[in-house]
Write a protein that binds this ligand. Structure first.
Ligand SMILES: Cc1cc2nc3c(=O)[nH]c(=O)nc-3n(C[C@H](O)[C@H](O)[C@H](O)COP(=O)(O)OP(=O)(O)OC[C@H]3O[C@@H](n4cnc5c(N)ncnc54)[C@H](O)[C@@H]3O)c2cc1C
Length: 253
């Protein structure tokens, strides 16, 4: 018999199993729309990859000085027959990840770890509210593709203008609203919070998936909590924020 001598007052550190490592190789790359580049990748053991739509990989992206930096990117799709996954990169600037994606050519290698992330479908929810900016299109699109037919979904996506919109495929009973910044820079704003404030909450137990720029995510989360959603009804994560390099922000306050 093992004896656990941990004092009951002491909080144990949250232990997560280490993320699995993948030696990815580029198969193809092309623009999905003018501001979004898709890179198709494979690995010898890609058939072992299991994940939930909305989850991401941590990519080891080369930087300008030859150093490697971690960047989280959603698995946009997986083609099990072809043995490939796709990742969509928003071309937001000359930073390491979009720079790598623009130059990616067949045969290039990329180390990745994962999958990770908890912003995944809660199938037992009565309705679903998904919001995000263009960095969240891969997650939202993949969740919508796999959501059960007839599920009630409300989708608000912030993009610069109509060029950033893509055709979303879903069998859900989905209401999709594209929200345009019309030239204003991506980042902290009241745009999505305004949508959430005006959103007519339905009866039943819904679930909100709130992702994107961290301060916008936090604002929307606070609005939903003030409107009566419990914290358990909201999955939220900050995907990026001005001045942050890679990583992600937990937004659970
Ligand atoms: C779980 C998760 C999944 C994600 N999935 C995707 C995905 O599928 N596709 C995708 O494109 N992004 C995704 N992101 C966001 C992406 O990881 C960040 O935008 C990341 O910072 C990009 O790396 P970078 O090398 O371009 O910029 P970094 O070197 O990390 O950042 C440099 C600076 O660029 C600015 N910046 C970073 N991202 C943006 C942006 N999107 N718009 C405007 N300015 C920005 C900030 O000021 C930042 O300080 C995801 C993030 C998380 C946490």
């Amino acid at each position: 018999m093992t004896h656990d001598s941990t004092p009951i007052t002491q909080e144990r550190p949250r232990q997560r199993p280490p993320l699995r490592s993948w030696d990815l190789q580029v198969v193809d790359s092309f623009d999905v729309e003018p501001n979004m580049r898709r890179v198709v990748l494979t690995a010898d053991d890609i058939g072992d990859l299991t994940y939930k739509p909305g989850q991401a990989l941590v990519l080891m992206i080369p930087g300008p000085g030859g150093e490697t930096g971690r960047r989280d990117y959603t698995i946009r799709s997986m083609d099990r027959a072809a043995g490939t996954i796709s990742i969509d990169f928003v071309l937001h600037g000359d930073t390491p990840a979009p720079t790598w994606a623009r130059r990616a050519k067949p045969g290039d290698r990329l180390e990745a770890r994962g999958p990770r992330g908890g912003t995944v479908l809660r199938p037992d929810a009565d309705w679903h509210l998904l919001t995000g900016d263009e960095t969240c299109i891969p997650a939202i699109a993949h969740i919508l593709e796999t959501i059960p037919a007839g599920a009630k979904a409300f989708v608000f996506i912030e993009v610069d203008d109509g060029n950033g919109e893509i055709d979303l495929k879903t069998e859900a009973d989905a209401l999709v609203r594209w929200v345009h910044r019309n030239g204003a820079p991506a980042g902290p704003s009241e745009l999505m919070n305004g949508m959430i404030t005006e959103f007519a909450l339905l009866s039943g137990k819904g679930h909100a998936y709130i992702i994107g720029e961290t301060s916008n995510v936090r604002r929307q989360r606070h609005t939903l909590v003030a409107r009566g959603l419990t914290r358990e009804q909201i999955s939220s994560e900050g995907y990026w924020r001005p001045g942050r390099i890679g990583g992600h922000d937990h937004v659970d306050d």
